[in-house]
Write a protein that binds this ligand. Structure first.
Ligand code: GLV
Ligand code: MN
Ligand code: MN
Length: 422
C-alpha cells in the first residue's frame, strides 16, 4: 500500500494527543502524575488506542502499558524492538512531552501492518508512567523496572501526602510484589527507540522538523533539608535567629551561581520545589525542604558542581547555626545513544529529505533507564520556541506526521541493519 501522507498521520496524532490531554487531575490544565487517577485513565485510553491499532495489550506491575505487534516477516530470532515514551506529566504541563512519542509508536506500528511492511521482529510500544519524577522522590522508576534495575526500596518512597509508591500502585491496580516481573530479558531485546519533542530551540533555529539525538545529559536529584529554630517574629533579635528559610535562600542563590559559572558543558541547576515549616506569618521558619536538580553534558562537571554546592551548604550552615542535609535519591550518568541507532535514525530522516542534524539532549528521558537494558536511540521533534514543561508547548501537525513517518522508516532501517541478526 502507498505510504500515508504525513499530513494525514499528523492529524491523527494531533487528535489522539488532544484526547489524552483531556485526562488531568486538575480542571483547565494538564497535570497527570504517576499512579494518579488521571494516569489510570490515560493508561486505559492508551491501551484502547493500542488495541485499535491492532496491538496486543498488557500492563506490567508498575503500570507500564505495552502494545505488541508480532513480527510481520519470518524472524531469525525471537527478539523484539522496544519503542516508547511516557504518559505522566509535570504540573501544568504541555500536551506533547512524552505523549507524542507514545502516539508515534502506536501509529508507526499500525502503519507497518497497514502497508504490509515486513519486519522480522516484534515491535513493543511502551507507555511509561514515571518519567517526570514529580509525585514521588523517584525518577524513571517504571522504565528502570522494564530495564531490570529498579530497587524494591524505591517502592517505599512517599509523596507529599505520605502515600508510598507501593500503596499508590495497589490503588492503581499494579502490584509492588511483582516488581521483578516487569523486567525484559536483555537477550530478547534489539534496542529501544524513542521519539520526543526537543524541549529546546536548536531544531527550530536550524529550520529542521526532526533531529537525531547523540546522548542524554546526566542528572542528579536531591532533597535538601535546612533545620533552624522556630521563634517569635516579634521578639527574637535578628542576630539571635537561626532562620531556616533565610539560610535556604542563600543556598538557592549559591546553587544558581555555581551553575552560572559552568555554562560551557551545559551545566544547569534548578530548585523547583520548596516547603517552609511551620509556615506562619509570625513564626521564624524552623525547617525548609527543597528539591535540587543538577545536570550537565559532562559527568565530571556535574559532580564538581554538586561538590561545590555541598561546600556552600556547609559554610552557610556553620555561619548561620543551622543544619543542612542533602540527600541524593537519583543519579544517572550521561548516556550515549548507540551509534548504529543514530545512523539508522539519520538514514530514516534522509529518506524523508530531512538533513539529519545530530544534537544532544539536555532533558532527561526513559532512554536513560533503558540504556541499562539495551542500546538506545532517540529522534527529536521541533517544538515552538523550544518551550516545554509549560502549557505553551506546541508542535505542528506537519511535524507530528513527519515524526510518525520517520519512526516507520527508522524501524525499517533497523530491520535492514545487519547488527540486528547478530
Ligand atoms: C524530564 O522531563 C526531565 O528532564 O526532568
Ligand atoms: Mn519527557
Ligand atoms: Mn518532561
Amino acid at each position: 500500500m502507498a505510504e500515508a501522507d504525513p499530513a494525514t498521520l499528523g492529524h491523527e496524532a494531533a487528535a489522539m494527543i488532544e484526547e489524552l490531554a483531556r485526562l488531568s487531575s486538575e480542571p483547565d490544565r494538564v497535570t497527570r502524575l504517576y499512579l494518579s487517577p488521571a494516569h489510570r485513565q490515560a493508561a486505559d485510553l492508551t491501551a484502547r488506542m493500542m488495541r485499535e491499532a491492532g496491538l496486543t495489550v498488557s500492563e506490567d506491575a508498575l503500570g507500564t502499558v505495552r502494545g505488541r505487534l508480532a513480527a510481520t516477516a519470518p524472524s531469525p530470532s525471537n527478539r523484539r524492538l522496544l519503542v516508547g515514551s511516557h504518559i505522566d506529566t509535570v504540573i501544568d504541563a504541555g500536551k506533547y512531552d512524552g505523549v507524542l512519542g507514545v502516539i508515534c509508536g502506536i501509529l508507526a506500528a499500525r502503519e507497518i501492518v497497514r502497508r504490509g511492511i515486513e519486519v522480522p521482529f516484534a515491535v513493543d510500544v511502551l507507555a511509561f508512567g514515571d518519567e517526570e519524577g514529580v509525585r514521588f522522590p523517584t525518577t524513571l522508576l517504571s522504565s528502570a523496572a522494564v530495564a531490570g534495575h529498579a530497587s524494591a526500596a524505591t517502592l517505599q518512597a512517599a509523596d507529599a501526602d505520605g502515600v508510598t509508591v507501593a500503596e499508590a500502585l495497589r490503588s492503581f491496580g499494579g502490584d509492588p510484589d511483582r516488581l521483578s516481573d516487569c523486567a525484559d530479558d536483555p537477550g530478547e531485546v534489539i534496542g529501544y527507540l524513542e521519539v520526543h519533542i526537543e524541549q529546546g530551540p536548536v531544531l527550530e533555529r536550524q529550520g529542521l522538523p526532526l533531529g537525531v539525538v547523540t546522548a542524554i545529559a546526566g542528572a542528579a536529584r536531591f532533597k535538601v533539608s535546612v533545620t533552624g529554630e522556630a521563634g517569635h517574629a516579634g521578639t527574637v533579635p535578628m542576630a539571635m535567629r537561626r532562620d531556616a528559610l533565610a539560610a535556604a535562600a542563600e543556598l538557592v542563590l549559591a546553587i544558581e551561581e555555581t551553575a552560572r559559572g559552568g555554562a560551557p558543558h551545559g551545566l544547569v541547576a534548578t530548585v523547583g520545589q520548596l516547603e517552609v515549616k511551620p509556615g506562619a506569618v509570625n513564626v521564624i521558619p524552623a525547617e525548609v525542604t527543597f528539591s535540587l536538580d543538577v545536570r550537565a553534558a559532562e559527568d565530571g562537571q556535574r559532580r564538581d558542581a554538586v561538590d561545590r554546592i555541598d561546600s556552600a551548604a556547609r559554610e552557610i550552615a556553620a555561619r548561620r547555626g543551622v543544619a543542612i542535609a542533602m540527600r541524593r535519591y537519583h543519579e544517572v550518568a550521561t548516556r550515549p545513544c548507540a551509534s548504529w541507532l543514530q545512523d539508522t535514525g539519520a538514514e530514516a530522516l534522509t529518506r524523508l529529505g530531512i538533513e539529519p542534524l545530530r544534537l544532544m539532549s539536555g532533558a532527561g528521558h526513559d532512554g536513560q533507564a533503558m540504556s541499562e537494558l539495551c542500546d538506545i536511540g532517540m529522534l527529536f521533534v521541533r517544538c515552538r520556541g523550544g518551550i516545554s514543561h509549560n502549557p505553551l508547548e506546541s508542535v505542528t501537525v506537519e511535524d507530528m506526521g513527519l515524526a510518525v513517518e520517520a519512526l516507520v522508516q527508522w524501524i525499517k532501517a533497523v530491520a535492514r541493519n545487519e547488527r540486528m541478526f547478530r
